[in-house]
Design a protein around this ligand. Structure first.
Ligand SMILES: *Cc1c(COP(=O)(O)O)cnc(C)c1O
Length: 388
């Protein structure tokens, strides 16, 4: 068979929904950048990882448990679910553990979305909140403001007025970093119908939890009988991104039961289960990580504003920065200094980069590099901030 026959067959075999899917953008690969630009030290500020990494208690647990990795893990992650059940005061059958919370987002799409169902999410949006529903043939409506960190009440109310199967909200928002206030959160809950599945993605919960303005969705929803699920992860503040483990707390056991039917039986590996239990008991490392991010975030925000850039207020370990220039061009220039950030590609946000809070030295490298990159890149005529 000729080469183009192969691609034709591939096309014929692929589901329509899959052909139409946008690719997830994981950002540049550090090894490639090292080789290509000949820079020794890479500042990887593109994936919102905790620069302090895993806690010593987790490292010790993994070292001790590694010899037992020859067996399949517990398919129900009972130990971890027990620990979470105790912490949150709900029964284990309302908890699911996933291979990262991404895995749970995928299961939610697979278990609940039919072709043609409507899903409402935010703009700008976390890529997978759009990709997984589209994979199932659902229609995704994105609601945004006139500024990236503005909550548009009228638009949300209008979007949720029409029958909606699921609403996916990241709070704090990825990529913006800011969070809904209590009042805004309640407005959303009131606007959504009681048969809409509310999915609250709180990947950055631990960073935001200390702020008085931040609404804890689990505390808000726990007494409500409507369908909801709150997603959290060990990848961000707990520093376990490479181990892949996240969890969901749901309104009803039957939601979890549906997710269990579509997940692979051994979705969470043995070391990840053990590491997550250990991470939950090391409060000191978590607190240090959150304090560290707060301090560096303040420092970076001040410096970025000094060079004239607008920065969205953030409760997380990353910043959404309007460069006023083509963000892809700016991000590419940063690579010369070994700095990897994420240039945002969503329509209307092409002048924004998302930069993670790294170690102090990495943040400094970024600040110096962006000063230079900005001065070398022509300003855009109508960046987001200049629009009506
Ligand atoms: C990082 C992130 C996730 C994914 O986390 P994993 O648990 O590593 O899969 C999910 N949602 C949002 C909004 C994120 O930023």
């Amino acid at each position: 068979m000729r080469r183009d026959d192969h691609s034709k067959i591939g096309e014929l075999l692929t589901r329509r929904e899959v052909t139409a899917l946008p690719a997830y953008d994981p950002g540049a690969d550090p090894e490639q950048i090292r080789t290509k630009y000949g820079v020794f030290r890479i500042s990887k500020l593109s994936n919102n990882e905790n620069p302090l990494g895993i806690s010593p208690a987790v490292a010790e647990t993994i070292a001790r448990r590694i010899a037992d990795s020859g067996r399949y893990p517990d398919p129900a992650s009972v130990g971890l679910r027990e620990t979470l059940a105790l912490r949150f005061g709900i029964s284990q059958d309302r908890i699911i553990v996933g291979n990262g919370s991404e895995n749970i987002l995928e299961l939610l799409a697979q278990a609940f979305l039919n072709q043609g169902d409507k899903v409402v999410t935010q703009a700008p949006c976390f890529g997978l909140h759009e990709i997984f529903p589209m994979m199932m043939g659902a229609t995704v409506q994105k609601v945004g403001g006139t500024k990236p960190f503005e909550f548009n009440k009228a638009a949300w109310r209008a979007a949720l007025m029409a029958p909606t199967k699921m609403t996916l909200i990241s709070n704090p928002s990825n990529p913006v970093g800011s969070a809904l206030t209590w009042e805004e959160f309640q407005f959303l809950m009131k606007s959504a119908s009681n048969d809409t599945l509310l999915v609250l993605d709180e990947a950055y919960f631990e960073y935001a939890a200390g702020a008085a303005s931040y609404p804890d969705a689990f505390e808000q929803l726990r007494s409500q009988s409507r369908p909801w699920i709150v997603l959290r992860t060990f990848s961000k503040a707990y520093g376990l991104a490479g181990l892949r483990v996240g969890y969901g707390l749901a309104s009803h056991a039957h939601l979890i039961d549906a997710l269990n039917r579509v997940r692979t039986p051994y979705n969470v590996n043995y070391l990840a289960q053990q590491a997550a239990i250990a991470a939950l008991s090391d409060k000191a490392h978590l607190e240090e990580s959150v304090r560290f991010a707060e301090r560096e975030r303040g420092f970076m925000t001040t410096r970025l504003k000094e060079i004239g850039l607008s920065v969205a207020p953030s409760l997380t370990n990353f910043l959404f920065v309007d460069t006023g220039r083509n963000a892809l061009a700016v991000a590419k220039k940063l690579l010369r200094d070994g700095v990897i950030v994420k240039a945002w590609r969503e329509t209307g946000y092409e002048s924004f980069i998302r930069v993670s809070i790294g170690l102090h030295e990495e943040n400094n490298t970024f600040l110096n590099a962006i000063g230079r990159a900005i001065s070398e890149t022509p300003e855009l005529e109508c960046a987001f901030q200049h629009r009506a």
